[in-house]
Design a protein around this ligand. Sequence first.
Ligand code: G6P
Ligand code: MG
Length: 230
Amino acid sequence: MTAHAALFDLDGVIVDTAVHHFAAWRETAAELGFTLADRDEELLKGVGRMDALRIVLEIGGVEVDDATAERLAAEKNARYVEAIASITPADMLPGARDCLEALRAQGVRTALGSASRNAPMILDGLGIRDLFDAVIDGSVVTEAKPHPRVFLAGAEALGVAPADCVVFEDAIAGVRAAKAGGMLAVGIGDPAVLTEADAVIPGLHAVDALASHGITFAGAPAPATEEISA
Ligand code: G6P
Ligand code: MG
């Protein structure tokens, strides 16, 4: 397929913030008296803040009332925000900026589709907000991935049909969201984990490898001009 729009997840695709999310949740678990295993990180990727908390509590077999849940989520977020406060363009994942710039130079439209309510702050820290035609984040859309809303809203904002969109995602929930929205899903990471993706590459630095999977990009064709008949 030839895509006219590229939709990007943020955490784990453009910037390596996943490590900070997980470190902050590990502190939550420690406070509640249990430990998160390395493999638990995958379950928390792409999942909205409160859903992630629910997963953490389930792992620990801990039940809390709503007020405590709100407090735990706020405390986790405060730790996370502190960790990413000093983010700079040097924290972008290899190839991310080049990939965005190359696609835009071809006329391909770009959108961010992230569950994170911290996305605008991160985009500003990285200085890349102007590389996106649309930014859809966790404060715009409430339905969490694997619900396709975040990507459907992105496609709509770009004026491109879902079938003409490629989504870049590092999370199982995000790949599912893309597929549920009728889009092509490119996994970023391990093919053994992202089994439902249409193709998997190790990072945006390897985006050219997609051509061998039949995935290419081109600017949206100009609207057809009506022929004037004599
Ligand atoms: C991203 C991350 C998730 C995180 C979610 C919400 O999708 O991959 O791990 O839980 O955003 O982030 P927030 O910054 O709003 O807590
Ligand atoms: Mg992600």
